[in-house]
Design a protein around this ligand. Structure first.
Ligand code: ADP
Ligand code: ADP
Length: 223
């Protein structure tokens, strides 16, 4: 589903975290939001998720104006840097959790969660607890849980920054593979330029809340 952002602004007291941002993200595209700490990346992601409501401006998912919709109603999948898994639940139950919230029947939920786990190559880890997994495996569980509801949009906030260098490379390729296999529109926040250039169809550079550059990786340095 495509995402249209129109003149989006978010102010906190006297800080303008996002300043008149406009862009369109095409269906199935993976876009990186790149920029230094404090430039407004996370705030933009929170606005897309519905966890924040903007001071002004609009967000559309397809033809639907979602600006005033709460997070649950927008159907977004989110992945965070710290995985945010439920430590007392097994991998299977972590992945099933969003389906349980939707009151899907148990057999169907188990089937869909298992299928998603296999897509993420964690089908052999379903009975483990998060504490018994490596960082890379935990991030795979978090991605499976984010995708199991078949959301409209996948939002990733620095998902690789807690991994060591080798896993960071591996999971970068895995996220790209899965995003393309599922065919989901994705927004990927990072402060790592190389990561942004290698993973995305398009890189949006933010500076002080302003969208400074918006181009394909191969066009980035031609200006
Ligand atoms: P980034 O993700 O690029 O590091 P953020 O979106 O987190 O940037 O922050 C952008 C600016 O907004 C920063 O100046 C930050 O201090 C401020 N900010 C973010 N969230 C809040 C908040 N909840 N309350 C007040 N200021 C905030
Ligand atoms: P670790 O953190 O232990 O290195 P990874 O995050 O690299 O684990 O991978 C998670 C699990 O998925 C591992 O058990 C790994 O063997 C398995 N795995 C990774 N890539 C593939 C693949 N392409 N096909 C099948 N299994 C894979």
């Amino acid at each position: 589903m495509d995402i249209r952002i129109q003149d989006l602004t978010m102010r906190f007291d006297n800080i303008t975290a996002v300043n008149h941002l406009s862009t369109t993200i095409k269906d199935g595209e993976l876009v990186s939001l790149l920029g230094p700490s404090g430039c407004g990346k996370s705030t933009t992601l929170m606005l897309l998720s519905g966890l924040y409501k903007p001071t002004s401006g609009r967000i559309y998912f397809g033809n639907q104006n979602v600006t005033e919709l709460d997070a649950e109603k927008r159907q977004v999948g989110m992945v965070f840097q710290n995985y945010a898994l439920y430590p007392h639940l097994s991998v299977l139950k972590n992945i099933m959790f969003p389906l349980k919230m939707k009151k899907m029947n148990k057999i169907e939920a188990r089937e869909q969660a298992t299928e998603m786990a296999e897509l993420l190559h964690i089908g052999h880890l379903l009975n483990r607890k998060p504490g018994q997994l490596s960082g890379g495996q935990q991030q795979r569980v978090a991605i499976a849980r984010a995708l199991v509801k078949k959301p409209n949009v996948l939002l990733l906030d620095e998902p690789l920054s807690n991994l060591d260098a080798r896993l960071r490379l591996e999971m970068r390729e895995e996220i790209r593979r899965i995003q393309q296999e599922v065919g989901i529109t994705a927004v990927f926040v990072t402060h790592d330029q190389e990561e942004a250039l290698s993973i995305s169809d398009r890189v949006m550079i933010m500076n002080n809340g302003v969208l400074q550059q918006d181009s394909e990786p191969q066009q980035m340095y031609k200006k």
